[in-house]
Ligand binder design. Structure first.
Ligand SMILES: Cc1cc2nc3c(=O)[nH]c(=O)nc-3n(C[C@H](O)[C@H](O)[C@H](O)COP(=O)(O)O)c2cc1C
Length: 175
């Protein structure tokens, strides 16, 4: 049995939901998983875990502001054990942008950090118009208009491919 830490950064909760699904899959293999929000991860004893997974959503073109600093501070520990990274964004709903190699945010992020995660994936997120404030709703509708996505401000659309999340969890379980 391994102990696995999943450090996640979420704003509206979709990355957290993905982490809960990963936890279910990984724990079904007899491992133990701790989910830690990045805001609470600063004093985390990362070295005490057998494996580490890091995940963050994208907002206005960027991963969570604490993410790069966290990765930089823990790069030696991350490199010393099985590790994985995933990104959650809405661009990944497009088939030609839903792989680690083809998603612009993943490519950019990996180009900016020293860490070379052993497993990398990207999951499409969720658009929840009723949840957003006026400015965010306006901006997301504009972006969706330009990129042929849903624009009805009363709708919630989940693009996440849960089978793909499950497959990622299986890979982490067997690392
Ligand atoms: C204000 C706002 C800005 C966003 N900016 C982007 C973006 O620049 N690129 C993108 O692909 N997705 C963007 N998204 C989509 C989010 O990545 C997606 O909704 C994701 O599910 C959010 O995950 P979270 O709930 O864990 O924060 C944005 C969403 C919101 C609400």
């Amino acid at each position: 049995m391994s102990s696995i830490c999943i450090v996640y950064a979420t704003v509206d909760g979709q990355t957290r939901r993905i982490c809960e699904s990963l936890k279910d899959v990984i724990e079904s293999h007899g491992h133990q998983v701790d989910l830690v929000a990045i805001e609470r991860a600063q004093s985390l004893e990362l070295a005490s875990y057998d494996k580490v997974v890091v995940g963050s959503s994208i907002r206005y073109g960027k991963h969570h502001p604490l993410l790069a600093g966290f990765v930089e501070r823990h790069v030696d520990v991350l490199d010393s054990k099985p590790n994985a990274f995933f990104s959650v964004n809405i661009v990944a709903r497009k088939p030609d942008k839903n792989r680690a190699e083809t998603n612009p945010y993943v490519r950019k992020f990996l180009g900016q950090i020293r860490w070379r995660p052993q497993v990398v994936d990207v999951f499409a997120g969720r658009l929840d118009y009723p949840l957003y404030g006026r400015f965010d709703r306006f901006m997301i509708r504009l972006i969706m208009l330009m990129t042929h996505g849903p624009t009805d401000p009363t709708t919630v659309t989940e693009f996440t491919d849960w089978a793909r999340v499950g497959a990622f969890g299986e890979r982490v379980a067997s690392m």
